[in-house]
Design a binder for this molecule. Structure first.
Ligand code: DC
Length: 232
């Protein structure tokens, strides 16, 4: 499908959904197709979690983590390395693109994302980027809280078993030594916290279109979302 086949393309597209539902893969492909920028907001929460671990801050110390979120410098740049990265992530000016994806960060990122001041700091940054338009923004609360006026809201879902299987294969291909059961357990843990928190929990916006990718390939999901964009 060429860019020319899109008229009245939605300028702001929100893609929400649980961990490992393919949001970032789909969002990147869609944004490339449209010539939009793509912002994966999970990166920001991961950056806060990573920096807390790096500085030896107790992730259960809400005040300390909130102060960190309000001061830490996070830059998300286009990928400029040939190592399959979708973005380059600088934290305090240093490249930590892969460090934010370790099991240690996975383990605590949902906890730090619960804190209201952390969310406010990240949400403010996300809105500033989002209001420029021509963007696909990915997260948990984009359609509900960050950009409630987004032109198109997709909620990308899949069963936890299918997500775990996909993430497990991805981890193996990157040389990570993990078991399927560990991945499954980690996703269940994050689902529970992401959906259960008081502020901006993971849930579809009332006007979101739910795409269940359990039985779909990446290509099929992209085609489906591009059709939804054309129908707008
Ligand atoms: O999409 P991800 O797995 O990289 O996200 C990491 C964590 O960040 C996720 O478990 C919850 C949090 N998150 C959030 O609370 N709100 C967002 N908009 C994006 C991510």
């Amino acid at each position: 499908m060429s860019e020319k086949s899109f008229n009245n393309v939605p300028k702001v597209i929100a893609i929400d959904g649980p961990a490992a539902s393919g949001k970032s893969t789909i969002g990147t492909l869609i944004s490339n197709q449209l010539g939009y920028i793509c912002l994966d907001t999970g990166i920001m929460y991961r950056a806060v979690a990573f920096q807390a671990l790096k500085e030896g801050i107790d992730v259960f110390n809400e005040e300390a983590v909130s102060q960190l979120a309000e001061r830490v410098q996070i830059d998300i740049l286009p990928a400029e390395h040939e190592d399959n990265r979708q973005f380059t992530v600088l934290i305090e000016g240093e490249d930590h693109t892969w460090d934010i994806r370790t099991p240690a960060v996975n383990q605590v990122v949902s906890e730090v994302s619960v804190y209201p001041r952390v969310r406010t700091a990240m949400t403010d940054l996300q809105r500033k980027i989002g209001e420029k338009g021509n963007i696909v923004m990915i997260g948990r609360d984009i359609g509900t809280v960050v950009l409630p006026d987004a032109d198109l809201k997709i909620y990308l879902d899949a069963s936890v078993e299918v997500r775990a299987q996909r993430r497990y294969i991805e981890d193996l291909s990157r040389g990570k030594k993990v078991s399927y059961d560990e991945v499954l357990e980690s996703l269940r843990h994050r689902d529970q916290i992401d959906s259960g928190r008081a502020v901006a929990p993971l849930k579809p916006a009332d006007d979101a279109i739910i795409v269940d990718s359990d039985k779909m390939t990446v290509y099929e999901v992209v085609e489906h979302v591009l059709r939804l964009i054309q129908q707008k």
